[in-house]
Design a protein around this ligand. Structure first.
Ligand SMILES: [Cu+2]
Length: 93
């Protein structure tokens, strides 16, 4: 029965991902980017956040578009990450 128990546990673990988990996208306004090198820092900081799938930063628009898994991270974690890197940001609506 050991094998069955192990199977049941791994199955339960696989199913523990919330059904409402979804890939979301948010546009962050990052007004502190002052030169063409800034987006690199911002992108690095956002990419490091667990759950982030894609980051595209525009220096011209001073914004970052982030695609993330909302079961693993959230907008607050993203804005915190840019803030910690020296670039406070806010979510655009
Ligand atoms: Cu810069």
């Amino acid at each position: 029965m050991r094998k069955f128990a192990a199977l049941a546990i791994s199955l339960a673990a696989a199913l523990s991902v919330p059904v409402w988990a979804a890939t979301r996208s948010v546009t962050l306004s990052v007004p502190g980017m002052s030169c063409a090198a800034c987006p690199i820092t911002v992108k690095k900081a956002l990419t490091k956040v667990e759950g982030v799938e894609k980051v595209s930063v525009s220096f011209e628009k001073k914004e970052a578009v982030v695609t993330y898994d909302d079961a693993k991270t959230n907008v607050k974690a993203l804005t915190n990450a840019t803030k910690d890197a020296g670039y406070p940001s806010t979510a655009k609506r």
